[in-house]
Write a protein that binds this ligand. Structure first.
Ligand code: PGA
Length: 254
């Protein structure tokens, strides 16, 4: 599927749902409902235990992983080596999600970016500050996250990378408030500049920039229209399939 010009909607199911039957039912529901959609590309990242079976039924909806482990295989109890993940061919890999950041050094995130590209999976790098501050420290946080993650990425692969701006203060149940389109737009421009500087290029780097943080039915339209993003990363609002379908329909019809 060509995701080039399409608005990308990625669902991060996190540790949901409880059973494979429900995961399959939900995936099938979305896949059937959007079968004729043309302007939106939908990706679902299920829990890893469901990945293989979901991948088998995936046609119109693409499949991604929620994280990668930095070792290919070996004595790492409870982990899933990236070679096993590679055999499942996930189209996308979420990397550096804030819910995992405490266990993940910037160095590891950089390794995971290259692992994803090596196994043919497009990295979705999550960046974002814990808090906004008057002194604009949040910009240096984001800059550092990007610079480390891109450290070993050659210029010709930048087009395969997606960056999701996910301010921690706007994510999940403890979200303080929604980010405004202006706040998102500022960071979209900033991210393009940081990546442009890294590769010393004056033209706009061809990477896709997404927004994530309490994206829902009420705000998805104006996020698409007014914030300059190429897509969204949706957590909790992707768990109710009827609502999630309505969200996708809204962006398909803009
Ligand atoms: P949320 O999650 O949509 O529930 O805020 C987004 C995310 O954690 O990626």
């Amino acid at each position: 599927m060509n995701t080039k010009e399409k608005f990308i909607v990625i669902a991060n199911w996190k540790a949901n749902p409880d059973s494979f039957l429900l995961a399959k039912k939900n995936f099938d529901f979305i896949q059937k409902k959007i079968s004729k959609f043309k302007k939106v590309s939908v990706v679902i990242c299920p829990p890893i235990i469901f990945l293989q079976s979901i991948k088998k039924i995936s046609k119109k909806v693409l499949v991604g992983v929620q994280d990668l482990f930095i070792e290919p295989n070996g004595p790492f109890t409870g982990r899933v080596g990236y070679e096993s993940i590679a055999s499942l061919k996930p189209s996308f890999s979420i990397i550096g999600h804030s819910e995992l950041r405490n266990n993940d050094s910037l160095e590891n995130i950089s390794k995971k970016m290259n692992i994803a590209l090596d196994i043919g999976s497009r990295p979705v790098l999550c960046v974002g500050e814990e808090k906004r501050d008057e002194k604009l420290n949040y910009l240096s946080t984001i800059k550092e996250q990007i610079e480390t993650a891109f450290k070993n990425i050659p210029k010709n692969l930048v087009k395969d990378v997606l960056i999701a701006y996910e301010p921690v203060w706007a994510i999940g149940k403890n979200a303080e408030r929604d980010a405004t389109p202006e706040e998102i737009r500022e960071i979209v421009i900033f991210i393009r500049r940081v990546v442009g500087d890294l590769y010393a290029t004056k033209s706009i780097p061809p990477l896709k920039i997404l927004y994530g943080g309490s994206v829902n039915m009420k705000n998805i339209s104006y996020i698409k229209k007014d914030s300059g993003v190429d897509g969204v990363l949706v957590g909790s609002a992707s768990l109710n399939q009827k609502d999630f379908y309505e969200m996708i329909k809204l962006v398909e019809n803009i």
